[in-house]
Write a protein that binds this ligand. Structure first.
Ligand SMILES: Nc1ncnc2c1ncn2[C@@H]1O[C@H](COP(=O)(O)OP(=O)(O)OP(=O)(O)O)[C@@H](O)[C@H]1O
Length: 261
């Protein structure tokens, strides 16, 4: 099944072209990373995939539905999103277990809602998978940045989404936090039952093992898209970041450094 298909998608805001004629097909089970410098349009791209933004031009089909012709309020619950913008909306006083379970009803804050045992069991399972079950009774505001990222991902998975979108999951983490989160994301990417995933990052070092495909974005345009080995080449990455880069891969992890002439 095709999970997302973008055809000649452009997004224009206040006269600025944020995405410029983007073609992209995401098939079920694929794990994509979107890489590009600041301002390349990565977050804008995730907003299209998350049915939060409509193309100004072109067509976007997400989970079989064409944006502009579908009720986005029915489509959005089928998509799990973890991003800094969403994290900002989580009340700091909310219990971690409630942050996760409340996603079952697509609400922020669990007041008014009744949750059944199945939801609580699912939330518990996800907190274990993301290794935050020991924090279940803490409030969100007391967590470290790395712990918050994990809780957000557990929350994003709570509705059993068909598509999981992660916007810079490792941003702001120290080396220990980054490596530990990347290891958890690797487990997720290598799990055949995990949803189709798209992860955005600036850094090739943050790509988890198990990511199968890459899309390079620069100035709103796709530089290259396809199987990761074919796309994360020194030549294409250098073009994307406008730097002479050397790229290496070891044990499923990637690294890039500038070549000094
Ligand atoms: N409403 C808007 N009007 C005009 N320009 C905008 C608007 N929203 C975003 N932009 C610009 O569009 C470009 C793409 O933004 P976007 O946030 O998608 O990039 P990004 O690749 O996610 O960047 P970063 O890595 O810095 O988060 C940026 O140059 C941004 O300033």
């Amino acid at each position: 099944m095709t999970v997302a298909q973008l055809e000649a998608v452009s997004i224009v805001r206040s006269g600025a072209t944020l995405l410029d004629s983007v073609d992209w097909t995401i098939e079920e089970g694929q794990r994509w990373v979107v890489i590009g410098p600041n301002g390349a349009g990565k977050t804008t791209m995730l907003q299209v995939l998350g049915a939060q933004s409509h193309p100004t031009k072109g067509t976007a089909r997400i989970l079989g539905e064409r944006l502009g012709a579908v009720d986005v309020f029915e489509l959005r619950p089928r998509i799990g999103v973890a991003s800094a913008a969403l994290a900002d909306r989580i009340p700091r006083s909310e219990r971690v277990a409630d942050v996760v379970v409340s996603a079952a009803y697509a609400v922020m804050g669990r007041w008014r809602e009744n949750y059944d045992d199945l939801d609580h069991a699912r939330a518990q399972e996800l907190m274990q998978q993301l290794r935050v079950d020991h924090l279940a009774d803490r409030t969100f505001g007391t967590l470290s940045e790395g712990e918050r990222k994990r809780v957000q991902i557990a929350r994003a998975l709570m509705t059993d989404p068909e598509l999981l979108l992660l916007d810079e999951p490792a941003a702001g983490l120290d080396l220990t936090g980054r490596e530990s989160l990347v290891a958890t994301l690797s487990d997720l990417c290598l799990d055949e039952f995990a949803p189709t995933t798209v992860l955005v990052t600036h850094h090739v070092e943050e790509i988890p093992e198990g990511v199968s495909h890459a899309l390079l974005l620069k100035g709103g345009r796709v530089v290259a898209a396809g199987p990761i080995e074919a796309v994360l080449t020194a030549d294409l990455l250098s073009q994307t970041f406008e730097l002479p880069l050397a790229v290496s891969q070891q044990n499923g992890r990637w690294a890039a450094r500038v070549i000094r002439g």
